[in-house]
Design a protein around this ligand. Structure first.
Ligand SMILES: Cc1ncc(COP(=O)(O)O)c(C=O)c1O
Length: 394
């Protein structure tokens, strides 16, 4: 039976196909790693995952998850305040607080949820929110869920605009500045030193989503905040466990005891949604320990990023500059970015193309992401694919 809704939805899907923005799920038949087996494709080199430290299928991360599952089962079958919490959640939260340089941390089933917890919970009737125009969709939605007295979307990393907006806000307003640490589509870093200085001058609170910074930046992988020497100076950090820190799923808020306590009391994704599965909590904890025990992982990620940027430039591409492990190559039109990503996949390299509306019209791109798990031979094979697709067809 086809309902009216089905046919309307069908037309919407047709429009996506016509615009060539329809997304397919590609099925992986092996664990995430530098090379995966993809259904219908065989082995492909992965240059599009957030598996920055290569820990997603690390034997010790897997083993920790299995032990967590065996010891605690699948979960509490309820939210934490109703049915209790497990020791690994507390251990993970302690580790995340130490990692972030904050007093406390609280986990959520995703960073999406963490952002949707923090922003509405900390918004009162006086609050003015200042948010970078290129912040992640989860921050945009978190702001939509809040009901601030005022909202300023400032041009990307424009510190003059941010300063002017802060100065124009009522003196007694609660002021929240929201920014990504590493901007996920550009790969550039927030100007955190300036943001922190402006926040101090205007008695504002800084919230940094460091999902793409933690496990990538800073001497010990503590993220953008460590990179800028600001550990202990940023009020609130949110992050994901679904990228460098194990790659399963899960998110967190790291902040003062008071803020974490209020989030535990009031934030809706905490009060009305289950805890992180213990297997994920145990795997993520082991991933954090491995990152700290094995600094060579970070060193390899950085070396791979430096080397592949240079290889791309030598092959005639112009990747955007950046210090993180995201290397965007602007192509222009959405259809061209998708076509480039398909041609690369034909050559055995998995890189995703992004177009409008994920990025502004005319700035479609393929986004290369590095991993510590990639070996020099993977990079050599990958660059050969980039060279081959840029040659005119024979
Ligand atoms: C900056 C940023 N914040 C939040 C998220 C969402 O993270 P999660 O998958 O844990 O919900 C992402 C994931 O893409 C992200 O890039």
């Amino acid at each position: 039976m086809t309902t009216t809704l089905d046919s309307q939805v069908g037309s919407e899907l047709d429009a996506l196909r016509e615009a060539r923005t329809y997304k397919r799920f590609l099925t992986l038949e092996s664990p995430q790693g530098p090379v995966v087996r993809m259904e219908g494709r065989g082995e492909v080199i992965v240059l599009s995952s957030n598996n920055y430290l290569g820990l997603a299928a690390h034997p010790e991360v897997v083993r920790a998850g299995i032990e967590g599952l065996e010891r605690y089962g699948a979960g509490t079958a309820s939210v934490r305040f109703i049915c209790g919490t497990f020791a690994p959640h507390h251990e993970l939260e302690r580790a995340l607080a130490d990692l972030s340089g904050t007093e406390a941390a609280l986990t959520y089933v995703s960073c999406w949820n963490a952002n949707e917890a923090v922003v509405p919970t900390l918004t009162d009737e006086t609050t003015v929110i200042f948010t970078d125009e290129l912040n992640h969709a989860s921050i945009i939605d978190a702001v939509r869920l809040s009901r601030p007295a005022g909202k300023v979307i400032y041009p990307h990393s424009d510190m003059t605009a941010l300063g002017d907006a802060l100065a124009a806000a009522p003196r007694d307003a609660r002021k929240l500045i929201l920014t990504d640490g590493v901007f996920s589509m550009e790969g550039d870093l927030a100007k955190l030193p300036e943001i922190v200085e402006l926040a101090r001058a205007h008695d504002a609170t800084v919230v940094v989503d460091d999902s793409h910074g933690v496990g990538v930046l800073g001497e010990t992988g503590r993220g953008t905040v460590e990179h800028f020497g600001l550990l202990g100076e940023v009020d609130i950090i949110t992050g994901t466990l679904g990228k460098a820190l194990g790659g399963a799923a899960g998110g967190y808020v790291a902040a003062s005891e008071e803020v974490c306590d209020l989030l535990q009391q009031r934030s809706r994704p905490q009060l009305f949604s289950n805890a992180l599965p213990p297997t994920v909590a145990c795997s993520a904890l082991r991933a954090i320990e491995l990152m700290l025990e094995q600094p060579e992982l970070l060193a390899r990620l950085r070396e791979n990023t430096r080397a592949f940027r240079a290889m791309l430039s030598e092959a005639g591409y112009s990747p955007l500059d950046g210090e993180a492990a995201i290397i965007p190559i602007i192509v222009g039109e959405t259809a061209d970015a998708i076509a480039l990503s398909e041609r690369l996949l034909d050559e055995g390299v998995f890189v995703t193309g992004f177009g409008f509306p994920v990025v502004p019209e005319g700035t479609a791109r393929v986004r290369v992401q590095m991993s510590a798990a990639l070996e020099p031979e993977h990079l050599d094979r990958a660059i050969e694919a980039f060279r081959s697709v840029s040659r005119p067809p024979r």
